[in-house]
Design a protein around this ligand. Sequence first.
Ligand code: PDD
Length: 290
Amino acid sequence: MTAYLNGQFLPLAEARISPLDRGFLYADGAYEVIPVYSRHPFRIDEHLRRLQQSLDGIRMANPRSDAEWKTIVGRLVAEAGFEDQAIYIQITRGADDKRDPCFPPGVPPTVFLFAAPLLRPGAEQRERGVAAITAPDLRWGRCDLKTVALLPNVLARQTAADAGCAETIMFRDGYLTEGSSTNVFAVRDGVILAPPQDHLILPGVTCNVVLELAAAHRAPLDVRPIREEEVRAADELWLTSSAKEVLAVVMLDGRPVGRGPQAGRPGPVTRRMHEWFCAFRDEVMRHGRG
Ligand code: PDD
């Protein structure tokens, strides 16, 4: 598998960084994950814009122009041995010759990219939906920045995996934030509910596609703080992310989501949104841009 490290393309297994890299010592860095379908990056401009916002938020200069990022991504996409990919980009504040929290002057950033297969949900998960658990959101106050400080996300995800679930949905001060690596939508009485994109959640690129699709199809949509009780009483819940796309949550903390005969099964609004998403994705890919 080919990787890119600090200006060089090389086999991933040969890529090496210093143990003094600030990404390793302090999680002092930002990242992106760009989905690629049939070798076409999806919404790359939006991902590069969010990368810029993350770098601005942690006071790092962007080491490449958008054109340079696209050239690097383009070569990795072309060289990968699979069609559907997840391009991982990570930039850290580089490796100093000592361990000191203050920004090291004159140290170049570490720039690392590689292409992995895009791990989309299987047919069964898609058809039946997935189970999730809930937990308090223990992260910092800038969850809008996509930084590599992911330990709370990792722990939340492992807790879900230990419970045989796909995701942990988090609440802060009684309100829905997001999943450990997904945005969360709820549906109540036919209205799609989404939390506002403030400092407490990542502005997901997939989430924004879904918000655009809801507007384009005139689906009832309410973007506002969502109380924990509303999530627990929702008719439908779904997750979005670059890898999961639109994925129904049908069990929450061991209880079926929804009411009546459709409880515990992907609901009609979720199914429709997934269809809109697939149609939109296929359409933009056919025209060679995302
Ligand atoms: N995660 N919220 C969090 C905390 C995330 O980490 C992600 C993405 C999302 C969804 O964002 P998007 O739709 O832009 O992928 C929401 C990526 C995929 C990851 O960490 O691997």
